[in-house]
Design a binder for this molecule. Structure first.
Ligand SMILES: [Zn+2]
Ligand SMILES: [Zn+2]
Length: 334
């Protein structure tokens, strides 16, 4: 391997023999042909301050673990190792599922801790655990699980993971009533009103109760602090982004304006048939058919635009940089 100048403070870089770029950012080793994506090694605290030679062994281990052929390039230069994509310092996206039902969760490091933001669908817990183990090691549970909102594609595995890891799940106070998994008319959206609730009403009471009990995460969910602080992430802030659901939130890291925005803004078209079928990537408001209040959702997009995000990390579609004018136009017309 040969050292190269990354041009960024605190980032060590080198090229492997086969021309891959390798970076060490904090405790993460990142490998890729252009903009490296992270594969975690077992480097200990302070390794990032060692010389490149001293961490050569750790890098070699990471290169060995990074299986050629497991990478995909999105067309914007982001590189994925397995399911995990490095989207910003200490922020890793995990895409779960395929096609229109795919959803993202985020693994976010801060100091010695990390948190999980959103949990995908029910049954995604093993994939999330594997992805987390590849980034933070197999024995370190998160400090907390944070939800952007309570919908089955974001909170589906929250109960399973929280009970397993013995960690709390946080959602906005206005979202907590949805944790019981019951149909709440005042919280409902078109899909609930037109399809889900009518079907549930056709089922025997016992079956309906079993389904609701399976979605109940009231035993693990608690309200986010009202002061905007994010449990487990002292350098992040809660940004209320209601509309898609009553207590939807985004999470903002101010120093580099990374925004994990759930379904408040997406980067894949979910509001046209062709967009859904083709998986067309474009800046898009929340899916109207699962949105509680569309006008409030538009106001939240405007509020997010006012933060001038540098990277949007949505619940669906790839994390990416965004033109603020495009975000403002979406708030106006979306
Ligand atoms: Zn949603
Ligand atoms: Zn969603």
């Amino acid at each position: 391997m040969s050292p190269i100048d990354s041009g960024r403070e605190g980032v060590d870089s080198m090229l492997t023999d086969n021309g891959r770029a390798v970076e060490v950012i904090g405790r993460h080793v990142c490998i890729g042909p252009s903009r490296p994506t992270c594969v975690r090694t077992q480097l200990g605290r302070g390794d990032n301050t060692r010389s490149l030679e001293a961490i050569h062994e750790g890098l070699a281990h990471a290169v060995k673990r990074f299986r050629p052929g497991s990478e995909r390039t999105s067309g914007r230069g982001a590189v994925t190792a397995g399911k995990v994509t490095h989207v910003a310092e200490d922020v890793f996206a995990v895409r779960l599922g395929r096609g229109p039902l795919a959803s993202n969760v985020y693994l976010v490091g801060s100091g010695e801790d990390w948190v999980l933001v959103d949990t995908g669908w029910a049954g995604n817990h093993m994939a999330i655990r594997e992805a987390a183990a590849s980034v933070f090691g197999p024995t370190k549970p998160p400090a907390a699980i944070l939800l952007t909102h309570i919908h089955p594609d974001h909170s589906g595995s929250a109960g399973e993971l929280a009970r397993d890891w013995q960690v709390p799940v946080f959602a906005h106070a206005d979202e907590v009533p949805m944790a019981a998994g019951k149909y709440l008319p005042e919280y409902s959206m078109p899909l609930d009103r037109w399809i889900v609730d009518p079907i549930l009403r056709l089922l025997p009471a016992g079956t309906r109760a079993r389904i609701e009990a399976g979605n109940d995460i009231t035993d693990v969910v608690q309200a986010l602090p009202a002061n905007g602080e994010v449990p487990g992430l002292p350098d992040w802030h809660v940004v209320p982004a209601p509309g898609h659901t009553p207590g939807h939130v985004a999470y903002l890291r101010r120093r580099d304006r990374v925004v994990i925005c759930g379904d408040a803004v997406l980067t894949v078209d979910v509001n046209s048939v062709i967009g859904v079928l083709a998986g067309r990537e474009r800046l898009c408001g929340p899916p109207w058919y699962t949105t509680w209040d569309r006008q409030t959702a538009r106001e939240s997009i405007a509020a997010l635009a006012a933060l001038h995000p540098r990277i949007l990390a949505p619940g669906h579609g790839p994390a990416r940089g965004v033109e603020n004018a495009a975000l403002q136009a979406l708030a106006r017309d979306g």
